[in-house]
Every structure is written in C-alpha cells, then in structure tokens.
Design a protein around this ligand. Structure first.
Ligand SMILES: *Cc1c(COP(=O)(O)O)cnc(C)c1O
Length: 412
C-alpha cells in the first residue's frame, strides 16, 4: 500500500511525525482573522513544543503569536524558537520556586497565577531578582455555559481563583510585593463542539470579566478570555473556520467594555490544538495482523508511546486511519493497537480499516497537537518517533526526542 509520506518513511523510518508549516501558517492566519484586530493570541506550547512550529507561529507574514508555557522545558523551546522572554506568559497551578527563578532570569514578565500562594511565590521570585512582573489572576468561574469535551471550570479545581472569593481576597493579593495585578485570565474550555458554544462561552466570560472589574476595584489592563478553538484529533476532518465569532466578540465587548477599542483593557485569546493540530500526520508501519477469537488486531509500530498518551487517560479515543492508498476503501473492522506489552496500548477499537498486511504504511491524520510530548514516550523504552518538518514540500528539519538516564546530582 502506498502512502503520501512513503518517501519520508523510507528515509527516516517509522513511526514518523510529519508537520507541515504551511498548514501552521494557514491556521494562524485563520485564527487571527476570526478575532477582533487588536487581539493578542497566545500559542499554548503544551500542544506541541517543537521549536520549528513555535517559530512558524512567531515569524513570517502576518501577526505573530505570543506563547504560553508551563515549564522550564517549554520556556527553553520557546527561546530556541526566537521568542523573547517578554513575549512569554507563564501559567500553571504548580510553578516551583526553581522554575520561577529561571523564568524571571530569562526575561519572562507575565504570569498567570492560580492561588494566593502562587501569587506570593511569583512575587518573591520577582523581588529576589529586583524586578516587578505582571500577574493575571486566573479565574475559575462559578458558573459555566457551553458544552465541551474538556471542562476546566465551574467545579472545584486546582485551576484558578474561585470567582466568588476574589473580592474578599483582593486586599491580601494587592499587598504582594514584586507583582502588579495586571488583569484576568480565563480558560474555561477546550475543543468547543461548535462555533455557537464557543461564542456562548466567550460571552459568558466577557460578562464575568466585566463584573469582576467592577467588584475588584483594581485597574485591569489585560484580559485573556481563553480559548476552546476546536480541531480534529487523530481522525479525518477539517479544522473549523469561525465566521461569526469576530462580529459576536466585538458586539459583546462594545456592551461590556466600551473602551476596549482603545486598548482599555487589551484582550487576548489562546489556542494550542487549532494552531497546530491539522499540520501533523503520523505515519506508522503495520508490523503484524492477527486474528484472535473472531477479532482482528492490526499491530502498528506506533502505540500510546508515540500517539495517544491523552488516549491513555481515557479522553480522546478513538483515532482513525486515513485510507490514504489510492482510494483504498474500508474493508474490515479491526482493533488498531501498538507494540507495547499492555492491553492498554490501543489506538482504536472496532475501526473501519482498509485491507492491511505487514509492511504497509498507515497515516493517522490531524496529529500536530498532543502528539509525541503528550504520549507515554518512555514506556517500554522504545525510541521516540522521528519528527520531520516540511514547508512547501521541502524538508526543513528532522529530529527525534532523546530520553537518557543521567546519574548523580540534580541539574538545574
Ligand atoms: C491546554 C491549554 C490550552 C490549549 O488548549 P487547546 O485545547 O489545545 O487549545 C490553552 N490554555 C491553557 C491554560 C491550557 O491549559
């Protein structure tokens, strides 16, 4: 069976991720077009911290993304890709003293904080470095609106300040040295099911932000209203295009923030999967096909160590294989499994597949987000997949994540 990426698979081996920077740039353009013109967009490096993808979101024609990170590893990737510390926002509920010190030393000056002690830790790190940094208070809204596959607010959570407690907390928060409370950060949902849910959630967030602005009595300069932009994951399908979003956001902002067009306050959104999801394909070789008690298993050289750490969390099954051989139609129903010695190494159960035999290549589409770094890379000690980046059909980068054990003292 042939594959669009047979040449690359031949050259670099499988399993193999192929990322197409032209598609990253298209997604970036579409997302900026779907938002009001003054909006900042943060790319959530968690989705894929590959430096070439990060670079493609910063450089080139059109407006640049800033980057949102949650670890020193993501920070290094962003800096390698050309981002300045000043373009980075550091988020996450468990930022350690060590990570904060490194981030501030590298020039990061914007932090999203999720609890009073988190704010105090950021402040202490800033004071130790002799600087003052901007903090956005991440808000866990007391209510929720849209439906989604991953909901992160409205319930008890390690993320964000419970919105109803913020007014009483403000006196304590305002006293923390080394920080300026610059605004608010919301991230209520991921992967919204359709444009209407996305719009509904943003309207809800904007209303809550306006209410908090009145109640908190601090000048808010910057409001990140979050994301929820959707993308297909490991299955065929097209990235949605949001036609109505921009107009709806503008009219909602006109009502609640009459000076927003003058930048008072400035607004931002964030996305991981929408920006990079459809740039990636995972090419894998069929190692074995076996039948067991009436069921067929197609065994690939890519499993949850290569794709689907997130699936391993029980969240995002099933993947599907693109019948990418010239018009190969689905001819059988089988389980698509990986090579690992655990019955959990399943990429999909009962999926429709073309006829496959050992040595055939299959392609799993839409794997640009939550690929290698969201997978159980170390499990069973197989090498990480090769990652090839192409632009205009030309290979621009070939790499592979190495995992090695080092002995002795803890490193910075
Ligand atoms: C994971 C995450 C994102 C990215 O989510 P996507 O669904 O990939 O767009 C953005 N912001 C925060 C705070 C996140 O935790």
């Amino acid at each position: 069976m042939s594959s669009r990426y047979a040449d690359l698979a031949q050259r670099y081996g499988t399993p193999l991720y192929v990322y197409d920077l032209d598609r990253v740039e298209a997604a970036r353009r579409d997302l900026f077009e779907a938002l009001p013109e003054s909006f900042t967009v943060f790319y959530a490096a968690k989705a894929n911290p590959h430096p070439e993808l990060l670079r493609a979101l910063r450089e080139g024609k059109g407006r640049s993304c800033r980057v949102e990170i949650s670890s020193t590893g993501e920070l290094s990737a962003a800096l390698v890709a050309g981002f300045l510390g000043a373009e980075v926002m550091y988020t996450g509920p468990g930022k350690t003293h060590g990570e904060l010190a490194v981030a501030i030393a590298k020039g990061v000056r914007t932090f999203s904080v999720e609890s009073p002690t988190d704010l105090e830790h950021v402040g202490a790190a800033a004071v130790a470095h002799g600087v003052r940094v901007d903090c956005l208070l991440r808000v866990n809204s007391a209510s929720a609106s849209a439906t989604t596959s991953i909901r992160m607010t409205g319930t008890p959570s390690q993320f964000g300040f419970d919105s109803e407690t913020l007014p009483q907390l403000m006196p304590r928060l305002s006293q923390v040295e080394g920080v300026s409370i610059a605004g608010l950060h919301f991230f209520p949902l991921s992967n919204a099911k359709d444009e209407q849910s996305l719009i509904g959630e943003f309207q809800h967030t904007i209303e809550l932000a306006a209410r908090l602005r009145r109640e908190l009595d601090v000048p808010l300069r910057f409001i990140d209203i979050g994301g929820g932009f959707a993308a297909p994951y490991g299955a065929p399908g097209a990235r949605p295009v949001y036609d109505k979003l921009r107009g709806e956001l503008e009219s909602t902002l006109d009502v609640h923030f009459p000076e927003w067009r003058e930048g008072n306050p400035h607004f931002a959104c964030e996305s991981g999967r929408y920006l990079v999801g459809d740039s990636g394909h995972l090419v894998s070789e069929v190692v074995n096909v076996k039948d067991s008690r009436g069921r067929r298993f197609v065994i690939l050289d890519a499993g949850i160590n290569t794709f689907g750490g997130m699936s391993g969390l029980g969240r995002l099954l099933p993947v599907a294989v693109e019948p990418d051989a010239d018009g190969a139609a689905a001819a059988q129903t089988a389980s698509l499994v990986g090579p690992l010695c655990t019955p959990g190494d399943v990429l999909g159960r009962n999926i429709a597949l073309p006829d496959l035999a050992s040595g055939d290549l299959v392609t799993i589409p839409n794997t640009g987000a939550y690929g290698p770094t969201a997978s159980l890379l170390m499990f069973l000690g197989r090498p990480a997949p090769a990652e090839v980046v192409v632009r205009g059909g030309e290979v621009v980068s070939v790499s592979r994540i190495e995992h090695v054990r080092t002995y002795g003292q803890r490193d910075e």
